[in-house]
Write a protein that binds this ligand. Structure first.
Ligand code: ZN
Length: 298
């Protein structure tokens, strides 16, 4: 199979029917990405399962706090650009009021798809009425950033790192463009232009990470933080997160993302026109190899 061509629906092979686990621990819902074999690469099967899980947690009055976590060595390696379960060519019952992307020609296909599964869903999850905590270990790369960033709080392990290397594809950052809100502008530029890994320790200096813990303590520490949140009044929590989110909106977060979304898709289209591939000629293998080389790993 050529990695540059997304598989036809008939060629998609899922390694699991359940790419997301939903568990509860007292008043805390744990939404756990569960594709450890592929470092929790996000295919549509996963994003729709995440959306189901968020809905379930929001609908259950007994749940007061939502944790988003990843099974295995890494939180998330990003969007699925090369596993047998890559399902770009598959239709799902949509959650937002967009048309189906599958039968759309040329650039319209990805433009439509990513409005739903990336930008649209991320905004939905960010606006959940319950506080959310991302529990991040290992890699939190590209599409992985979007999942951590939609959460209200981020707890990272000592060995966690953050990276958005998509400039190598000719793309100005992932679809949920919060980079310049999570980081000071000059640091956001460095992060995007060089595309290098940022350690959890450095991310904490800019307030992108709330707390750093050991890998062994991650679950326990996040659960205990969640229980502290759960002891606060429900509506108070909702209003408080909305108040801060509103400040981000006043600073132009939504319109900045809308503007970047169009640059992002201009870049996909340019990649397609010049290399026959909306990822600018890159695939999962070439991206992993380049990331490792950059990080000095073999
Ligand atoms: Zn994209």
């Amino acid at each position: 199979m050529d990695d540059l061509v997304p598989p036809r629906e008939a060629d998609i092979t899922y390694e699991t029917e359940q790419p997301v686990r939903y568990e509860t621990n007292g008043p805390v819902a744990w939404i756990v990405m569960d594709r450890p074999k592929y470092n929790n690469a996000q295919n549509s099967q996963m994003t729709y399962a995440l959306d189901d899980a968020f809905q379930r947690a929001v609908n259950d009055d007994a749940i007061k706090v939502i944790v988003l976590a990843g099974e295995g060595k890494h939180f998330s390696a990003g969007h699925d650009i090369g596993t047998p379960g890559r399902d770009v060519a598959k239709s799902f019952e949509r959650r937002l009021l967009w048309a189906d992307h599958v039968n759309k020609p040329a650039a319209e296909m990805l433009y439509t798809r990513e409005q739903e599964v990336y930008l649209g869903m991320c905004r939905r999850w960010r606006d959940t009425p319950k506080p959310t905590i991302a529990a991040v270990q290992g890699a939190c790369v590209a599409g992985g950033l979007m999942l951590a960033w939609v959460c209200d709080l981020i707890v990272a392990t000592e060995d966690a790192f953050f990276q958005d290397p998509v400039v190598r594809m000719g793309i100005p950052g992932v679809e949920y463009f919060a980079h310049a809100f999570e980081l000071p502008p000059r640091v956001a530029k460095e992060f995007l232009l060089l595309g290098e890994r940022m350690t959890a320790q450095r991310a904490e200096q800019f307030g992108m990470v709330n707390r750093i813990v050991t890998r062994e303590a991650l679950k326990e520490d996040v659960q205990s933080m969640a229980l502290k949140l759960a002891a606060q009044p429900r509506l108070g929590l909702w209003l408080t997160k909305q108040a801060v989110n509103h400040v981000e909106e006043l600073r132009g977060k939504r319109t900045a993302m809308d503007a970047q979304y169009h640059m992002h898709h201009f870049a996909h289209a340019q990649g397609d026109l010049t290399t026959g591939n909306p990822l600018g000629g890159q695939d999962a293998r070439s991206m992993v190899a380049a990331n490792k080389k950059q990080a000095g790993e073999s």
